[in-house]
Design a protein around this ligand. Structure first.
Ligand SMILES: C[S@@+](CC[C@H](N)C(=O)[O-])C[C@H]1O[C@@H](n2cnc3c(N)ncnc32)[C@H](O)[C@@H]1O
Length: 290
């Protein structure tokens, strides 16, 4: 592991320098047949599974997904836009597709049945969900998924940092991240596709009491995200940081405990010796008492 201070400086620099992504519109023609295979490999829909194509638009992914889950599976085609759903319905009728269920939703509630879905797929949707609707939107997905169900987010806009943080807060854990996403359509200089595979977090009880108190965990998680994005740590190390953060006691104080963690890391990497580390600990504790 690199030195903590160096790592911290790198992460901070990254936070400040991250380029602003420009919004781009996606059309269903962007992914050719090869792109389609890559997307399906990412989602890995199995015959008989129940999948939601949430924010389905005109159904670019609804029909490939319906073919993949087969006659014993179901695809919920969900969108807030009634006109888009009408296009999906017309295509269902034309092609006699019987394993797709249409659902018109509202911005802060995907209106999916609870505890029934193996997969929720969002393709080029999350960045369109308004900030004030996002908490309800993600909570609706979380409760719709089965215990080991997966949420796949594939998006060209805005970058994954905020999305990962919001999903974490909503009670998901990150299983896999592809940043940037290979095989994505190269439409414009401003789009940078990424894909995330998330699951319902098993330690929800540890996360919920912390909602409304982001200061408690924000520093660590953002740092982990930035380091991951910079390729300094791998996915397993991100998961370990997140898991450790979930286990933090209620009285965790970022100003004291994160300082102590940094000192421990500095000692472990030989940046400071034992005596110096002990002196630093004393200083932090003295300051905390004041
Ligand atoms: C850029 S289109 C992508 C459509 C489709 N997923 C695709 O890949 O072709 C974004 C879609 O998300 C839908 N959308 C935006 N906010 C939504 C929300 N809160 N809930 C459900 N759908 C939403 C829009 O109506 C639109 O159809």
């Amino acid at each position: 592991m690199p030195r903590p201070r160096l790592v911290f400086a790198l992460a901070l620099a990254l936070c400040l320098l991250l380029p602003l992504a420009i919004q781009t519109g996606h059309t269903e023609d962007d992914d050719g047949p090869q792109g389609q295979d890559a997307v399906l490999a990412l989602i890995a829909p199995q015959p008989g599974e129940v999948v939601a194509d949430l924010g389905c638009g005109r159904g670019a992914w609804t029909f490939p997904l319906a073919r993949a889950v087969g006659e014993h599976g179901t695809v919920y085609a969900v969108d807030i836009d009634a006109d888009a759903l009408a296009i999906v319905k017309a295509r269902m009728e034309k092609d006699a597709v019987s394993n797709v269920k249409l659902q018109q939703s509202v911005p802060d509630d995907p209106m999916l049945p609870k505890n029934t879905l193996d997969v929720v797929f969002l393709n080029d949707v999350i960045d369109y969900v308004k900030r004030d609707a996002l908490v309800g939107f993600l909570e609706g997905i979380r409760v719709a998924l089965k215990e080991r169900g997966r949420l796949i987010i594939r998006d060209p806009n805005g970058g994954p940092g905020r999305v990962i943080a919001e999903c974490y807060r909503a009670g998901f854990s990150l299983d896999e991240a592809r940043i940037p996403l290979p095989d994505a359509p190269g439409r414009s200089f401003s789009s940078s596709w990424y894909a995330l595979k998330l699951r319902r977090a098993t330690h929800q009880h540890a996360i919920l009491p912390r909602l409304g108190e982001p200061r408690r965990y924000r520093t660590r998680l953002h740092l982990a995200e930035e380091l991951f994005r910079a390729g300094v740590i791998d996915r397993k190390e991100v998961s370990a940081i997140w898991d450790a953060t979930n286990r933090l006691p209620r009285d965790f104080d970022p100003e004291v405990d994160e300082a102590l963690d940094l000192i421990a890391a500095a000692e472990a990497t030989g940046t400071v010796d034992k005596a110096k580390a002990e002196a630093l600990r004393k200083r932090v504790r003295r300051k905390a008492k004041r």
